[in-house]
Design a protein around this ligand. Sequence first.
Ligand code: XMP
Length: 514
Amino acid sequence: MRDAVLILDFGSQYTQLIARRIRELKVYSEIHPFHLSLERITEMKPKAIVLSGGPSSCYDVGAPTVDAKLFSLGVPILGICYGVQLTAKLLGGQVSPSPQREYGLAHVRLGNLRSPLLHGFDAGEEITAWMSHGDRIDKLPPGFSLLGETAHAPCVIADQRRRIYGVQFHPEVVHTPRGGELIANFVFRIAGVTPNWTMTSFAQEAIERVRAQTGKSGRVICGLSGGVDSSVAAKLIFDAIGDRLTCIFVDNGLLRQGERGKVETLFSGAFGADLHVVDAASRFLQKLAGVTNPEDKRKIIGREFIAVFDDEAHEIGGAEFLAQGTLYPDVIESVSVRGPSATIKSHHNVGGLPEKMKLKLVEPLRELFKDEVRELGAELGLPHDVLWRQPFPGPGLAVRILGEVTRERCDLLRAADAIIDEEIRAAGLYASIWQSFGVLLPVKSVGVMGDERTYADALCVRAVHSKDGMTADWVPLPYDLLGVISRRVINEVRGINRVVYDITSKPPGTIEWE
Ligand code: XMP
């Protein structure tokens, strides 16, 4: 049995970071909504519990709370931000609106009291911490002592006998440089957790789970996209059940240059997996003929993908299970405090397939964050190139060809995009850029080549830095590099006579043009 840390989520934007910081210590951690029942918590037998931050004030009407019996389970608890205020309130302390609200960087002076939480820190030391709170603890609950404070508020508190701790700042963010040490002290020195969550052990367990789920004869089909998640899921399942896995790769005609070949070389070539490549370009392009509206394009491609995949699966026959590369962030039941966000673009992945196909799902990556999936992929022997590919949208080049998508325009963009890719890699920038690609504009302009007048298409180059695709900055690519890209595209790709560079961040722009 692996040791686990349970994180109860009160709606903080940083809750996932807490889980990741703990997992980086090779300790398994799981996020659940704050209202998880005491019975469930007891069944899970966590070695430690973290109460996350959250946007509420613990005196708000209907503010999220926990059963105070949680503090009597004998499991060590660390409250963070809202979590510590709630702890203080429930255990008989006093919390009230602070006259000095603290947001951003703050200095926390540690006291003289010794505590395992502060192992490695000096008495009286001052640490930098990231704060975001409007309330403060005025009176500590009985049994608690003060281990650190800012000029305005108590900041680190503890009931060492009951092993209940709290910090008013966010130790999980990078802006609290020594926050990781505090978390490690809590997990190891206070809760005595064994660090046994490694990708080697995970891979073995996950392979066993797939074997157990699919039994002796169950067949699994898996859609490969060439992306990280589906590649890792497929390889793991392949390692578990070998030729009882069938992979399907749909060539929708909207792929980047060489994509299909790479998947074939790796999966049917190197691994010897059963791979069915469906050449469906004509089907997709027929459906896209005459369509220019971005949402219509996305919906058509999503629907067509499901139809093609379903047809192929029927042809293969006998499948009982469908593999999906679902990741942990998709699974966490989020505590919504601001309501669902508006749909800007309807994303197409393989959503909709399970309903249509009525197959049981195999989701071997459900417990993992993206960076862990890469680690697992490396463990399973997937090449670096596959694991560190820039993201590529499900609807492919269709959302990078403005206006109608035709075979000719796909070929044009593919050729230009391949040059951008090659030059970005040659400049050593590929790994540091979130995405770099070309967009074919619905614009023709006049040019001159040799002595000839040209009237041809314009290509836009887009490159952005981002951490998660939610926000992005345009990359200040070196002028020399832009020059090389422009020259090569215009010389080598017949049909494009002008290259421009997109300098829009997100927001207000989106990364893809459609
Ligand atoms: P936007 O254009 O909304 O894109 O700023 C944010 C990130 O999502 C990618 N993207 C998609 N990924 N299916 C995907 O799997 C999609 O339909 C899709 N649309 C956009 C985009 O490339 C960027 O990384």
